[in-house]
Design a protein around this ligand. Structure first.
Ligand code: HEM
Length: 320
């Protein structure tokens, strides 16, 4: 197995990925949810074929599908905001992680299965869960949103500056819309910085060399397992941001790049932006912010985020 941590070597490897590292090792979990036509043929006879065909037929991860399903994100986010608002009125801490999990799973679940995942016990939704699509889509987006909120609670000046930008662009009378996102560069910078510091897949997903090859002077035999240490590269003080763009690859790169990149970015920016604009955030009295990491399906906070929130918008902004 090769783990690449140095940016220049990672850059060379990533450039070689499409040619020689396009397969996944057989135990790579969600990575079997391969997506393009060639990969589809590769797994055509596997148990995931039915769902994959559905994904592909609906073009559900592309730009048009993202627009077509915007109303689902609005309504699911509305339900979460309403529940959070009720906690704030009762002066109770909000179980942020749990709420994000429900909202993200329902957003992704409804798009893929046309039903609310946490309101159905049908076999199709079980199949969906067994197939790791939750972890590919929800755990990654959830962990980024949770880490970003935690970093802002830890650094109130960042939260304040995000509020200032949003108050200027959106104002205090309505909720954030997805169409506001391009006008919020500071929010986008917060998301990018969170991807750098807390990449949900810190070693990317593993690839296997299909052929022997030479990379950066090293001989890589056929069938070598390759991992890129995205977490280490993102924290390397030597990195020059004017490099070749391979210093920030939270969604991977090349032919097997994350199939849900667009959806992941929209989910994180839209949900995080709305939560920040809608509430003031602070820790419950007498508690400390634990920033320890734990690695499961994604790199998550070891202690789920719990916070006190105060509404910043009029009551009707918190309706589903
Ligand atoms: C913050 C959000 C997300 C992050 C950081 C992320 C990250 C990744 C990474 C690093 C890979 C491996 C790429 C490579 O090997 O080069 C991957 C693969 C994948 N992701 Fe995501 N992901 C996110 C959201 C999503 C969403 C929302 C979906 C779908 C609903 C999704 C579906 C997939 C699938 C199907 C693959 C496998 C692609 C293949 O093997 O060809 N991801 N993701």
């Amino acid at each position: 197995m090769v783990v690449v941590s140095a940016p220049d070597a990672a850059c060379a490897f990533l450039k070689t990925l499409d040619i020689n590292f396009s397969n996944r090792p057989s135990n790579a979990g969600a990575t079997h949810l391969a997506y393009n036509a060639q990969d589809m043929a590769f797994i055509k006879h596997g148990p995931r074929w039915k769902l994959l065909r559905k994904l592909s037929n609906l073009h559900m991860l592309g730009g048009k599908a993202l627009n077509d399903w915007a109303h689902v994100r609005v309504s699911e986010l509305g339900h979460m905001l309403q529940a959070m608002h009720e906690s704030s009125i009762q002066n109770e801490p909000v179980a942020v992680t749990e709420m994000l999990n429900y909202a993200m799973a329902n957003m992704i679940g409804q798009v893929m299965l046309s039903k609310c995942v946490f309101a159905t016990k049908g076999s199709e939704s079980n199949l969906f869960k067994d197939m790791n699509m939750f972890t590919a889509g929800t755990d990654t987006s959830l962990s980024t949103t949770e880490w970003a909120l935690a970093e802002m609670i830890k650094n109130p000046s960042i939260l304040k500056r995000a509020h200032e930008e949003m108050d200027l662009v959106i104002g205090p009378d309505r909720r954030l819309l997805e169409s506001d996102l391009p006008k919020l560069p500071y929010l986008q910078a917060i998301c990018k910085e969170t991807f750098r510091l807390h990449p949900p897949t810190p070693l990317n997903l593993p690839r296997v060399s299909t052929e022997a090859c030479q990379v950066n002077g090293y001989h890589i035999p056929k069938n070598t397992r390759l991992s890129v240490n995205v977490w280490g590269i993102g924290r390397d003080p030597e990195i020059d941001p004017r490099g070749n763009d391979f210093e920030l690859t939270p969604f991977g790169a090349g032919r097997r790049i994350c199939a849900g990149t667009r959806m992941g970015i929209v989910l994180v920016e839209y949900i995080l932006g709305t939560l920040v604009h809608s509430f003031d955030w602070r820790l419950p009295e007498g508690t400390n912010l634990n920033m320890d990491e734990t690695f499961g399906q994604a790199l998550r906070k070891a202690v789920p985020l719990s916070a006190m929130i105060t509404a910043r918008l009029p009551l009707n902004a918190y309706a589903p």
